[in-house]
Design a protein around this ligand. Structure first.
Ligand code: ZN
Length: 100
């Protein structure tokens, strides 16, 4: 699938990826931390889970903000051109049908 060239070895068990072998099950993960990026490779999903559970990466909670009134206004402003196009399409169709 074209992914065969990007793996080197599993960061958990050290298993080497044999070049040219199918990459089924191999994973490459990009992790962003305070010190930059890391791209560990894993031979299986289980080893990726083990690596993440044993790593000392600072996990921060993801906060999902509720949409504000300004967000809603932006949504409406974004939807207006689409509504206008749909309305003009219907008007055009109605005009053509009544002309025939
Ligand atoms: Zn492994």
């Amino acid at each position: 699938m074209g992914d065969e060239g990007k793996y080197t070895h599993c960061d958990v068990c050290g298993r080497r990826y044999e070049p040219g072998a199918p990459a089924d099950g191999w994973l490459e993960v990009t992790v962003e931390g305070d010190g930059g990026y890391a791209s560990p490779d894993f031979c299986s999903q289980a080893h990726a889970v083990r690596w993440f559970s044993e790593s000392s990466l600072p996990l921060t909670a993801i906060t999902i903000k509720a949409p504000t009134a300004r967000d809603r206004l932006a949504d409406i402003a974004l939807a207006l051109p689409f509504i206008a196009v749909a309305a003009f399409t219907l008007i055009g169709l109605w005009t053509v049908i009544s002309w025939i």
